[in-house]
Ligand binder design. Structure first.
Ligand code: URA
Length: 270
């Protein structure tokens, strides 16, 4: 981030005042006087001093939501050089942002990031039972008996799942779900009979909504797989009290104070 922004955020002076300190030669980064206004610092690793006093970067924690597109790995850096969600969030502006949980590379939807470790740990802790809701396009049409298995809890290779709420969408909900998932499919209410799916598959498929509070690896895909209806496309549209709304794919926004209050209440158990 720019040095003058760093100084202003740390409360040393206003942005203009920080620029004056710099041009007066009173600011050092790692021992070197820095007078150039465009200079950048890494708040996590660089040592900044004003008049020889170390400046500690302090900022109110920041929490944002991203509408994750498909094709991005949920990590802040990837040794294999794949596209990661870090390319889509303001990591320079808010150093220390990290994703709260993960979505698979091909999953779209609501992904939270925070610089607030306590909030992140709280939200991800299984004891807080934060509900997440997904739209899943699945092969075939699950029967009531199959859905009941998911509702009751189903055995996966890492143990029984907690009860989930799940339904096959029809009519109006169907078209809303298609819009949310950015699917442009010819469909008839109740069932999708497609000539060709986005994944190039043929045959019948259904749009389902599933809500659960666990966060195991690939859980939704494994749950539908276990009842014989593999997931073709998956989209998360809510996380606890938050929903994606009209946030465009690939965009992020800061949470509002009211949204943050609701999350903090969840975590503190109030
Ligand atoms: N469940 C999955 O299977 N994948 C995700 O990305 C999220 C939940």
């Amino acid at each position: 981030m720019r040095l003058q922004r760093f100084l202003a955020r740390a409360g040393v002076a206003s942005r203009r005042g920080s620029e004056n300190l710099m041009t007066a030669g009173r600011v050092r980064v790692n021992g070197e006087v820095v007078t150039e206004l465009g200079s950048r610092v890494d708040p996590l690793t660089d040592e900044v001093r004003v008049d020889d006093i170390v400046v500690h970067y302090q900022d109110a924690p920041t929490t944002i939501m991203l509408h994750k597109p498909a094709g991005y790995v949920t990590t802040m850096s990837d040794p294999q050089g794949r596209h990661t969600v870090s390319e889509l969030v303001p990591r320079e502006q808010f150093p220390g942002l990290y994703p709260l949980g993960r979505l698979d590379t091909d999953t779209t939807g609501l992904l939270l990031f925070s610089t607030d470790g306590a909030l992140g740990n709280g939200l991800l802790h299984p004891s807080h039972h934060v509900d997440k809701s997904y739209l899943a396009l699945v092969e075939g049409t699950p029967t009531k008996a199959e859905l009941d298995k998911l509702r009751a809890g189903i055995m996966l290779d890492d143990g029984m799942t907690a009860p989930a709420s799940v339904e096959v969408l029809s009519g109006k909900d169907h078209s809303c779900a298609c819009r949310a998932m950015q699917l442009t499919l010819p469909f008839s209410p109740g069932k999708l009979r497609l000539l060709k799916t986005p994944a190039g598959r043929k045959g019948e498929m259904s749009l389902c909504r599933i809500s659960l509070h666990e966060g195991r690896n690939r859980q939704v895909k494994r749950m539908f797989g276990a009842i014989g209806h593999p997931v073709i496309a998956l989209h998360r549209d809510t996380f606890g009290p938050l929903s994606l709304g009209a946030l465009p794919q690939g965009s992020w926004r800061k949470l509002t104070d009211s949204e943050l209050d609701q999350l903090n209440k969840l975590v503190s158990g109030c």
